[in-house]
Design a protein around this ligand. Structure first.
Ligand SMILES: Nc1ncnc2c1ncn2[C@@H]1O[C@H](COP(=O)(O)OP(=O)(O)O)[C@@H](O)[C@H]1O
Ligand SMILES: [Mg+2]
Length: 237
């Protein structure tokens, strides 16, 4: 059996209704488990809680009840420092807006998540890994370009390289192709699914694009706080 990468059990999440009135129920007894190599799309109407779910899976937010396990370790009683370590070692994030730092080059942006480790012997190794990752996403001749000197697709591929620099096991992508044209979107999704396959990552992609969703093994729709599989066989369409 492939190893479990992330397991969410019976998640409940509500937000207070800022306009007064009943709390907004976003997740209602929601469970989801991914093993190495699994690829999942989360679709659903705007505001249904997709980003909230992704943030919970990434330990950036906590559920009202229910639990999240990352690589078999329960996260619910961990302190922020331990959570930060899990995020930095196990989880890569790719967002719709790439969140690259504008004053840094592509290479420096990819190296950012490694700066917490001070070990100087490690430096040369991570720099090499960063260069290899940028090469793998087709950007070996863009290492010194700043974000404003890169195209939208190139910025997003830089963000993918950054998400992978610490060799995560779980890759969480929130509308990663939202700002890309069709051709760049296809390339980015092909890259993500290839990585999941080759490196045994678990990949969760939030998307409203059916083309993007169809590249994932399992497609879920989030509605009324519950996930339902749109392709119950789990087969790729
Ligand atoms: N921190 C928060 N406090 C209150 N309401 C929030 C908070 N974060 C999100 N929401 C509300 O929860 C709903 C779901 O948000 P989100 O998960 O971002 O939806 P999606 O990604 O599916 O578009 C939205 O209506 C949003 O306004
Ligand atoms: Mg969202």
């Amino acid at each position: 059996m492939p190893e479990s990468i992330v397991a969410a059990r019976s998640l409940h999440k509500t937000f207070p209704n800022a306009g007064g009135g009943d709390a907004i129920v976003l997740l209602d007894d929601l469970s989801l488990e991914l093993a190495a190599g699994d690829t999942v799309a989360i679709t659903g109407a705007s505001g249904c809680g997709k980003s909230t779910l992704l943030n919970l899976l990434g330990t950036l937010d906590t559920p009202d009840s229910g639990s999240i396990e990352i690589m078999g370790e329960r996260t619910d009683h961990l302190k922020e420092k331990a959570l930060a370590r899990i995020r930095s070692e196990m989880i890569g994030f790719v967002f719709q807006l790439h969140h690259l730092l504008p004053q840094l080059s592509a290479l420096e942006n990819v190296l950012l998540p490694t700066l917490a480790r001070r070990d100087p012997a490690h430096r040369r190794e991570v720099r090499e890994r960063a260069e290899n990752l940028l090469a793998a996403v087709g950007l070996s001749d863009r290492l010194c370009h700043r974000p404003d000197q890169l195209s939208g697709g190139e910025r997003q591929r830089t963000a993918v390289a950054r998400a992978l620099i610490n060799t995560p096991r779980l890759l969480l992508a929130d509308e990663p192709t939202g700002a890309l044209d069709e051709r760049n979107a296809e390339g980015l999704v092909a890259l993500l699914t290839q990585l999941a396959l080759e490196d045994g990552l678990a990949l969760v992609t939030v998307t409203h694009d059916p083309e993007v969703a169809s590249q994932m093994e399992t497609i879920f729709r989030l509605s009324g706080g519950k996930l339902s599989a749109l392709n119950p066989s789990g087969s790729k369409s």
